[in-house]
Design a protein around this ligand. Structure first.
Ligand code: NAD
Length: 253
Protein backbone atom coordinates (compact mmCIF):
# COMPACT_ATOMS: atom_id res chain seq x y z
CA UNK A 1 0.00 0.00 0.00
CA UNK A 2 1.48 3.34 -1.03
CA UNK A 3 1.09 6.33 1.22
CA UNK A 4 -0.05 9.40 -0.60
CA UNK A 5 0.85 12.09 -1.29
CA UNK A 6 4.56 11.56 -1.83
CA UNK A 7 6.52 12.19 1.33
CA UNK A 8 10.05 13.44 1.93
CA UNK A 9 12.15 10.96 3.90
CA UNK A 10 15.73 11.11 5.23
CA UNK A 11 17.65 7.91 5.96
CA UNK A 12 21.06 8.30 7.64
CA UNK A 13 23.85 5.74 7.27
CA UNK A 14 22.49 4.61 3.91
CA UNK A 15 25.76 4.16 1.96
CA UNK A 16 26.35 0.47 2.55
CA UNK A 17 24.86 -1.67 -0.23
CA UNK A 18 24.24 -4.48 2.26
CA UNK A 19 23.12 -2.25 5.15
CA UNK A 20 19.81 -1.58 6.86
CA UNK A 21 19.82 2.07 5.76
CA UNK A 22 19.98 1.30 2.06
CA UNK A 23 17.40 -1.50 2.33
CA UNK A 24 15.07 0.98 4.05
CA UNK A 25 15.72 3.73 1.52
CA UNK A 26 14.97 1.29 -1.32
CA UNK A 27 11.63 0.26 0.20
CA UNK A 28 10.61 3.87 0.90
CA UNK A 29 11.55 4.97 -2.61
CA UNK A 30 9.62 2.04 -4.11
CA UNK A 31 6.60 3.17 -2.07
CA UNK A 32 6.83 6.38 -4.08
CA UNK A 33 8.56 8.66 -1.61
CA UNK A 34 11.31 11.20 -2.20
CA UNK A 35 14.29 9.80 -0.28
CA UNK A 36 17.49 11.48 0.90
CA UNK A 37 20.26 8.97 1.64
CA UNK A 38 22.98 10.42 3.86
CA UNK A 39 26.25 8.99 5.13
CA UNK A 40 29.70 9.99 6.30
CA UNK A 41 30.75 7.91 3.26
CA UNK A 42 29.73 10.57 0.73
CA UNK A 43 30.71 8.53 -2.33
CA UNK A 44 28.73 5.53 -1.08
CA UNK A 45 25.62 7.62 -0.43
CA UNK A 46 25.86 9.12 -3.91
CA UNK A 47 26.37 5.67 -5.48
CA UNK A 48 23.35 4.16 -3.68
CA UNK A 49 21.17 7.11 -4.71
CA UNK A 50 22.35 6.67 -8.32
CA UNK A 51 21.30 3.01 -8.16
CA UNK A 52 17.82 4.02 -7.03
CA UNK A 53 17.54 6.65 -9.73
CA UNK A 54 18.38 4.05 -12.40
CA UNK A 55 15.20 2.30 -11.21
CA UNK A 56 13.34 5.56 -11.87
CA UNK A 57 13.06 6.32 -8.16
CA UNK A 58 13.40 9.73 -6.51
CA UNK A 59 16.63 9.56 -4.50
CA UNK A 60 19.44 11.95 -3.55
CA UNK A 61 22.71 11.04 -1.84
CA UNK A 62 24.30 13.54 0.53
CA UNK A 63 27.37 13.64 2.78
CA UNK A 64 26.60 13.93 6.49
CA UNK A 65 28.37 13.18 9.75
CA UNK A 66 25.50 12.48 12.15
CA UNK A 67 27.59 13.58 15.14
CA UNK A 68 27.96 17.09 13.72
CA UNK A 69 25.22 19.53 14.69
CA UNK A 70 26.15 21.92 11.87
CA UNK A 71 25.83 19.09 9.35
CA UNK A 72 22.28 18.39 10.59
CA UNK A 73 21.39 22.08 10.20
CA UNK A 74 22.80 22.12 6.66
CA UNK A 75 20.93 18.92 5.76
CA UNK A 76 17.58 20.17 7.04
CA UNK A 77 18.05 23.50 5.25
CA UNK A 78 18.92 21.72 2.00
CA UNK A 79 15.99 19.30 2.14
CA UNK A 80 13.41 21.90 3.12
CA UNK A 81 14.68 24.26 0.43
CA UNK A 82 14.23 21.52 -2.17
CA UNK A 83 10.97 19.95 -0.99
CA UNK A 84 9.46 22.33 1.57
CA UNK A 85 8.98 19.54 4.12
CA UNK A 86 10.38 16.58 6.05
CA UNK A 87 7.90 13.80 6.71
CA UNK A 88 10.16 11.00 7.88
CA UNK A 89 13.57 10.59 9.47
CA UNK A 90 15.35 7.29 10.05
CA UNK A 91 18.23 7.67 12.52
CA UNK A 92 20.04 4.58 11.26
CA UNK A 93 23.76 5.48 11.08
CA UNK A 94 25.72 3.57 13.66
CA UNK A 95 28.97 1.88 14.60
CA UNK A 96 29.67 -1.07 16.90
CA UNK A 97 32.52 -0.63 19.36
CA UNK A 98 32.88 -4.17 20.64
CA UNK A 99 35.15 -4.45 23.63
CA UNK A 100 35.07 -5.65 27.21
CA UNK A 101 34.83 -2.75 29.66
CA UNK A 102 38.30 -3.39 31.09
CA UNK A 103 39.79 -2.98 27.61
CA UNK A 104 37.60 -0.08 26.50
CA UNK A 105 39.29 3.32 26.43
CA UNK A 106 37.23 6.43 27.23
CA UNK A 107 37.66 7.95 23.76
CA UNK A 108 36.10 4.83 22.15
CA UNK A 109 33.24 4.96 24.67
CA UNK A 110 32.59 8.62 23.76
CA UNK A 111 32.72 7.87 20.03
CA UNK A 112 30.23 5.00 20.46
CA UNK A 113 27.79 7.19 22.36
CA UNK A 114 28.20 10.11 19.96
CA UNK A 115 27.60 8.13 16.77
CA UNK A 116 24.76 5.94 18.03
CA UNK A 117 22.96 8.00 20.69
CA UNK A 118 23.83 11.67 20.45
CA UNK A 119 23.11 11.44 16.72
CA UNK A 120 19.50 10.44 17.43
CA UNK A 121 19.07 13.47 19.67
CA UNK A 122 20.73 15.78 17.11
CA UNK A 123 18.54 14.36 14.35
CA UNK A 124 15.31 14.74 16.30
CA UNK A 125 16.31 18.23 17.40
CA UNK A 126 17.01 19.22 13.78
CA UNK A 127 13.78 17.95 12.20
CA UNK A 128 11.22 18.47 14.98
CA UNK A 129 10.73 22.22 14.34
CA UNK A 130 9.86 21.41 10.70
CA UNK A 131 7.50 18.59 11.69
CA UNK A 132 5.86 20.79 14.34
CA UNK A 133 5.22 23.45 11.72
CA UNK A 134 3.66 20.78 9.46
CA UNK A 135 1.69 19.25 12.34
CA UNK A 136 2.90 15.84 11.18
CA UNK A 137 5.94 13.64 10.86
CA UNK A 138 7.40 10.32 11.92
CA UNK A 139 10.84 9.37 13.21
CA UNK A 140 12.36 5.91 13.62
CA UNK A 141 15.48 5.46 15.74
CA UNK A 142 17.59 2.31 15.40
CA UNK A 143 18.07 0.59 18.73
CA UNK A 144 19.02 -3.10 18.96
CA UNK A 145 18.37 -6.26 20.92
CA UNK A 146 21.67 -5.21 22.53
CA UNK A 147 19.64 -2.35 24.02
CA UNK A 148 17.22 -4.86 25.59
CA UNK A 149 19.43 -7.55 27.10
CA UNK A 150 23.02 -7.65 28.28
CA UNK A 151 25.58 -8.91 25.77
CA UNK A 152 29.10 -9.31 27.17
CA UNK A 153 31.78 -7.54 25.19
CA UNK A 154 29.29 -4.99 23.89
CA UNK A 155 28.87 -2.71 26.90
CA UNK A 156 29.35 0.64 25.14
CA UNK A 157 27.18 -0.48 22.22
CA UNK A 158 24.51 -1.70 24.67
CA UNK A 159 24.61 1.60 26.55
CA UNK A 160 24.16 3.52 23.31
CA UNK A 161 21.26 1.35 22.10
CA UNK A 162 19.53 1.21 25.49
CA UNK A 163 19.85 4.98 25.51
CA UNK A 164 18.27 5.22 22.06
CA UNK A 165 15.32 3.09 23.22
CA UNK A 166 14.47 5.29 26.20
CA UNK A 167 15.36 8.55 24.47
CA UNK A 168 12.80 7.53 21.86
CA UNK A 169 10.05 7.08 24.44
CA UNK A 170 10.78 10.42 26.12
CA UNK A 171 10.88 12.44 22.91
CA UNK A 172 7.76 10.63 21.66
CA UNK A 173 5.91 11.92 24.73
CA UNK A 174 7.20 15.44 24.12
CA UNK A 175 5.68 15.60 20.62
CA UNK A 176 2.77 13.12 20.71
CA UNK A 177 0.13 15.86 20.86
CA UNK A 178 1.73 17.66 17.93
CA UNK A 179 0.99 14.97 15.35
CA UNK A 180 4.54 13.60 15.39
CA UNK A 181 5.32 9.94 16.08
CA UNK A 182 8.68 8.59 17.28
CA UNK A 183 9.44 4.88 17.54
CA UNK A 184 12.44 2.62 18.01
CA UNK A 185 13.25 -0.56 16.11
CA UNK A 186 15.37 -3.22 17.80
CA UNK A 187 16.91 -5.50 15.17
CA UNK A 188 18.34 -8.86 16.17
CA UNK A 189 21.30 -10.24 14.25
CA UNK A 190 21.09 -8.95 10.69
CA UNK A 191 23.57 -9.97 8.01
CA UNK A 192 25.17 -6.60 7.13
CA UNK A 193 28.75 -5.30 6.97
CA UNK A 194 28.54 -4.43 10.69
CA UNK A 195 27.81 -8.09 11.48
CA UNK A 196 30.35 -9.41 8.96
CA UNK A 197 33.10 -7.33 10.57
CA UNK A 198 32.04 -8.47 14.05
CA UNK A 199 32.43 -12.15 13.20
CA UNK A 200 35.23 -12.08 10.59
CA UNK A 201 37.80 -13.16 13.17
CA UNK A 202 35.54 -16.02 14.25
CA UNK A 203 33.98 -17.58 11.13
CA UNK A 204 32.58 -20.58 13.06
CA UNK A 205 30.39 -18.08 14.92
CA UNK A 206 28.30 -17.70 11.76
CA UNK A 207 26.72 -21.15 12.12
CA UNK A 208 26.49 -20.84 15.91
CA UNK A 209 24.59 -17.54 15.63
CA UNK A 210 22.16 -18.94 13.07
CA UNK A 211 21.58 -21.99 15.28
CA UNK A 212 20.88 -19.78 18.32
CA UNK A 213 18.02 -17.93 16.61
CA UNK A 214 14.59 -19.62 16.88
CA UNK A 215 13.92 -18.97 13.17
CA UNK A 216 17.37 -20.49 12.45
CA UNK A 217 18.67 -17.62 10.38
CA UNK A 218 20.02 -14.12 10.73
CA UNK A 219 17.71 -11.40 9.48
CA UNK A 220 17.88 -9.78 6.06
CA UNK A 221 18.19 -5.99 5.88
CA UNK A 222 14.75 -5.78 4.30
CA UNK A 223 13.25 -7.54 7.35
CA UNK A 224 14.15 -4.37 9.26
CA UNK A 225 13.35 -2.03 6.37
CA UNK A 226 9.80 -3.38 6.23
CA UNK A 227 9.22 -2.56 9.91
CA UNK A 228 10.69 0.92 9.50
CA UNK A 229 8.61 1.63 6.38
CA UNK A 230 5.48 0.50 8.26
CA UNK A 231 6.27 2.79 11.22
CA UNK A 232 6.77 5.75 8.87
CA UNK A 233 3.51 5.06 7.06
CA UNK A 234 -0.08 6.10 7.78
CA UNK A 235 -0.79 2.47 8.66
CA UNK A 236 1.06 3.18 11.91
CA UNK A 237 -0.81 6.43 12.63
CA UNK A 238 -1.67 5.43 16.22
CA UNK A 239 1.79 4.04 17.03
CA UNK A 240 4.25 6.14 19.02
CA UNK A 241 6.80 5.65 21.79
CA UNK A 242 7.05 1.97 20.89
CA UNK A 243 9.99 -0.39 20.60
CA UNK A 244 9.64 -2.98 17.88
CA UNK A 245 11.76 -6.08 18.14
CA UNK A 246 12.57 -7.75 14.80
CA UNK A 247 14.84 -10.63 15.73
CA UNK A 248 13.47 -13.97 14.52
CA UNK A 249 12.49 -14.77 18.12
CA UNK A 250 15.98 -14.30 19.59
CA UNK A 251 14.92 -12.36 22.70
CA UNK A 252 11.63 -14.27 23.16
CA UNK A 253 13.51 -17.33 24.41
P1 NAD B 1 26.51 -0.83 8.56
O1 NAD B 1 27.83 -0.75 9.26
O2 NAD B 1 26.33 -1.78 7.44
O3 NAD B 1 26.09 0.62 8.08
C1 NAD B 1 26.16 1.73 8.93
C2 NAD B 1 26.36 2.99 8.10
O4 NAD B 1 26.51 4.09 9.00
C3 NAD B 1 27.63 2.93 7.23
O5 NAD B 1 27.30 3.21 5.88
C4 NAD B 1 28.52 3.99 7.83
O6 NAD B 1 29.34 4.66 6.89
C5 NAD B 1 27.51 4.94 8.46
N1 NAD B 1 28.09 5.77 9.51
C6 NAD B 1 28.95 5.41 10.50
N2 NAD B 1 29.28 6.49 11.23
C7 NAD B 1 28.62 7.55 10.70
C8 NAD B 1 28.56 8.93 11.01
N3 NAD B 1 29.28 9.45 12.02
N4 NAD B 1 27.77 9.73 10.26
C9 NAD B 1 27.06 9.22 9.23
N5 NAD B 1 27.09 7.93 8.87
C10 NAD B 1 27.86 7.10 9.60
O7 NAD B 1 25.45 -1.10 9.73
P2 NAD B 1 24.03 -1.84 9.72
O8 NAD B 1 24.24 -3.23 10.17
O9 NAD B 1 23.30 -1.56 8.45
O10 NAD B 1 23.34 -1.08 10.95
C11 NAD B 1 22.46 0.03 10.79
C12 NAD B 1 21.92 0.40 12.15
O11 NAD B 1 21.23 -0.73 12.72
C13 NAD B 1 23.00 0.77 13.17
O12 NAD B 1 22.51 1.81 14.01
C14 NAD B 1 23.19 -0.50 13.96
O13 NAD B 1 23.71 -0.28 15.25
C15 NAD B 1 21.77 -1.04 13.99
N6 NAD B 1 21.70 -2.50 14.23
C16 NAD B 1 22.30 -3.38 13.39
C17 NAD B 1 22.23 -4.75 13.67
C18 NAD B 1 22.85 -5.79 12.77
O14 NAD B 1 22.84 -6.97 13.17
N7 NAD B 1 23.37 -5.44 11.61
C19 NAD B 1 21.55 -5.19 14.80
C20 NAD B 1 20.95 -4.26 15.64
C21 NAD B 1 21.03 -2.91 15.34
Amino acid sequence: MTDSPTKTMIVTGAASAAGLGFATALLLAREGHKVYLTDIDAAGAAARADELRTEGLDATGLAQDVTDEAAWKALVEHVTEKTGRIDGLVNNAGIAVLSWTADLDPASWDRQIDVNLKSAYLGCRAVLPIMERQGSGAIVNLSSVAGLVGIPGASAYAASKGGVRLYTKAVAMEVAAKGIRVNAVCPGVIWTDMQKVAIEDNPDQYDAINASIPMKRMGDPEDIGNMIAFLLSERAKYVTGGEFVVDGGLTAQ
